[in-house]
Design a protein around this ligand. Structure first.
Ligand code: SAH
Ligand code: SF4
Ligand code: F3S
Length: 454
């Protein structure tokens, strides 16, 4: 009760909030929702942290030196807080907060609030508590209530392309990964709430929606739906032209979802499907629960359903026990499948995960060498894919102005940045664009009236 009264008092003043976001797209979504939760208290977005009334550092714990990076950023924010006479409320959120909350308050006592990814609907109450001089707030439990039931409907517009979290957490426990520990058990939102939020996003101007989840294709609505059915329902929303979903696990790619790729033109022909390794031995050690050939088979089914589908993936080199032969199997899988886009990482031991304690760790120099070889191959494939787009006409969703005067920029179905010379009125629309040239990280084209790529 008392906290509620204090929150109401705070709401009378205009305050400035700056959110720093690291990590995955789910953190990007969470940062937006944290701003939404604080808006009724009078907090409006600030472009820079200097002089802000509140700064939230939304952190990621996925790889090496995550905590060190947080403490070094906190050192910088501490000086800004001092410059406000200590008025600035400093909050640390996200996966490092979840994993190392107590350590953060011990090492950085100038931090006011530490909150995990599942508790941010309680932020107003935390701010009220922290506003009382000297109070520290730590909320890193996994609450019984679902935060999505407690978030405000009114959200700041995300723009032409929007994110929508439909699933959180992970029960898969891959040997190397902290996510099951930082985000908790797999949880799906109901189809009804997801569709309602999608309709709101479209009413606010979204033309493309990306459904998010740590294991988004493990989503199952309380209505007994799977992701394929949800995508079909979403494709019916008037005004919504593009759908994507990320990140998927190969084991949860069921037939109905694959069929959705065949049936829904709205569903973009680009899929992020992490494989991590091409070696069965290492896939087993990673607890991925599928073989390299099973992955190839899923890709084949997807391409049968949607022949113009392109794939991206995540790779880890140097997982404990990985031999040169295992690494070569990964290279072979990349040659077989081909990935126009990919993320590749050196294995990084994470405290508390099974792989971190494994007896045979791969030397750092060897990980470096393998990563370079893999990235050279992936760069080649990306360049070849871009080159293959020249001369094609593909739909581009324009999202803003380009770097040069008279230019507008957008994304191809494959998420490639595309720029053309054209009028600003086209921003927010999808247009057929004939690709004329490739640049290292983008494509150039001209708006055309030709038919789009099938
Ligand atoms: N849920 C997704 C990925 C989440 S993490 C999936 O199942 O694939 C994003 C990526 O970070 C992973 O795909 C993996 O490639 C990488 N990653 C996770 N833990 C890592 C670690 N300890 N070292 C190196 N890379 C890691
Ligand atoms: Fe991590 Fe594996 Fe879960 Fe992906 S599926 S979040 S890599 S444990
Ligand atoms: Fe990082 Fe947490 Fe996302 S560890 S990748 S912010 S789920």
């Amino acid at each position: 009760m008392e906290a509620g009264r204090e929150a109401a008092t705070i709401a009378t003043a205009r305050k400035r909030l700056h959110v720093i976001t690291w990590g995955c797209q789910m953190n990007v979504y969470d940062s937006g929702r944290m701003a939404d939760v604080l808006a009724p208290l009078g907090y409006a977005p600030a472009a820079v942290p200097e002089g802000a009334d509140m700064v939230i550092l939304n952190t990621c714990h996925i790889r090496d030196k995550a905590a060190e990076k947080v403490f070094s950023e906190l050192g910088r924010l501490r000086r800004m807080k001092e410059a406000t006479g200590g008025r600035m409320i400093l909050a640390v959120a996200g996966c490092v907060a979840q994993a190392e909350g107590a350590e953060i308050l011990a090492r950085a006592p100038y931090v006011d609030i530490v909150l995990g990814p599942q508790t941010y609907h309680r932020l107003p109450e935390m701010v009220a508590r922290a506003s009382r001089a000297g109070n520290k707030v730590i909320e890193t439990d996994f609450p019984a209530e679902d935060k999505f039931d407690h978030l405000p409907d009114a959200a700041a517009p995300q723009g032409i392309t929007a994110f929508l979290t439909i699933q959180e957490g992970c029960d898969k426990f891959c040997s190397f990964c902290v996510v099951p520990y930082t985000r908790g058990a797999e949880q799906s939102r109901s189809a009804a709430t997801v569709i309602a939020e999608a309709r709101r996003l479209v009413a606010q101007g979204a033309v493309e929606i990306s459904l998010l989840g740590q294991n988004v294709n493990a989503w199952h609505g309380t209505e007994g739906w799977g992701l394929g059915r949800l995508l079909r329902a979403m494709a019916e929303i008037p005004g919504l032209k593009r759908l994507r979903y990320t990140t998927s696990h190969p084991r949860d790619m069921d037939d109905d979802l694959i069929a959705a790729h065949r049936d829904l033109p709205t569903l973009m022909p680009f899929l992020h499907l992490p494989v991590q390794s091409g070696s069965d031995r290492i896939l087993f050690a990673m607890n991925r629960k599928h073989t390299a050939d099973e992955y190839r088979a899923v890709v084949r089914k997807l391409r049968d359903a949607r022949p113009d589908l392109a794939l991206s993936s995540d790779f880890i080199v140097g997982h404990p026990g990985e031999t040169e032969q295992d690494f070569e199997a990964t290279m072979q899988l990349v040659r077989d499948v081909t990935f126009p886009m990919a993320y590749s990482f050196k294995y990084s031991p994470r405290p508390g995960t099974p792989a971190a304690g494994a007896p045979i760790q791969v030397p750092e120099a060897e990980k470096d060498r393998r990563l370079q070889a893999l990235q050279a191959l992936l760069r080649e494939q990306q360049a070849a894919f871009s080159a293959s787009c020249v001369g094609l006409t593909m739909p581009v969703l324009f999202t803003g102005t380009g770097r040069h005067l008279g230019q507008i920029a957008g994304r191809s179905p494959y998420l490639q940045p595309v720029h053309v010379t054209g009028p600003a009125e086209l921003i927010g629309t999808e247009q057929p664009v004939t690709i004329t040239a490739t640049h290292p990280n983008s494509l150039a084209g001209t708006v055309s009236q030709e038919r789009r790529r099938a």
